[in-house]
Design a protein around this ligand. Sequence first.
Ligand SMILES: Nc1ncnc2c1ncn2[C@@H]1O[C@H](COP(=O)(O)OP(=O)(O)OP(=O)(O)O)[C@@H](O)[C@H]1O
Length: 341
Amino acid sequence: MTAAPLLSVEDLTVNFPIPGGWFGRATSHVHAVNKVDLTIRPGESLGIVGESGCGKSTLVQAIIGLVERSSGKVVIDGQDFHEARGRRKREIRQQMQIVFQDPQSSLNPRLPVWRLITEPLHVRGGMSKAALRARAAELAASVGLRPEHLDRRPHEFSGGQRQRIAVARAISTDPDLLILDEPTSALDVSVQAQIINLLLKLQRELGLAYLMISHDVSLVRHFCDRVAVMYLGQIVEAGPAVQVLDSPAHPYTRTLLATVPSLKHPLPELAATRVGELPNNRILPTGCYYRDRCSFAAAGCDSLQPLVEFGDRAGTVSMSPPDKAAWPRSIRCHRAQAGDI
Ligand SMILES: Nc1ncnc2c1ncn2[C@@H]1O[C@H](COP(=O)(O)OP(=O)(O)OP(=O)(O)O)[C@@H](O)[C@H]1O
């Protein structure tokens, strides 16, 4: 039997108002995230890939409440995060922590490492200074920092060490889910692997689930159990990382992968693909969002939404209407489905 989801995101939509009218009234909206559904099970890692501006950061920020959602639900451990209030809301929030891309800007330069690491516990309250320090020492050891590091300030560390501090802080509240926003892209290549190995070690030791957003498709293939491909605020394809990234079904996923260097094709032939600019997300297209850039677009794509397939881990597939509790396998273009491509 498969475990119940730790996190379920249902129909999540985020529209940013664009002021321009009288008295700053919104005249239009940026449709950053459009009806996204996803689930993460305990201890599982889900990667979200897609080009710049497709809505990855807005999606994860809406999940943890840093950005206001326009509609939809975020359910963690069976509790509706946005409907919860007061102490209960804070408790749910502590089950989800985020590690940002740039540790330099996410760490207060004035605080010593032990205070930085225990900041979320300090905010929660109820722990003495001695208890916070003792917990900081344990957390520092678990991310590979030494006791003498505890009294130093962030500027005394390298980028990789600062990211270790950020990871220690994120796990300080014993969360079930870590959101990783491009956790290695600001680091030197040599250090990236060390941080990835640290995250994999912590996942084994603590049973953490990860939601990682990344431009780096190879990293996601290595790191994640499942992947969701995002385009214009929608998830266009999702499934086991190896399956989706080795045999993509959606034309957009194929285009995205064609731009990724591989051993076989060290320099991707950008000219052969139709990457171009993301279309205007203030006026969403009808039908398939990808049709204006799709080499396979044909009659029907302007009115038909892609088909949705859901299945469980064993790969059993049931067709729409989807059982939202089921494990999403893929969301496919109807033309790929019909075998036209
Ligand atoms: N606060 C905001 N107000 C208005 N528009 C915004 C705001 N934040 C993001 N956007 C817009 O929402 C869309 C999605 O942006 P988002 O940063 O989520 O994309 P992304 O995929 O994370 O991109 P990147 O990989 O470059 O970080 C973009 O069109 C962006 O310009």
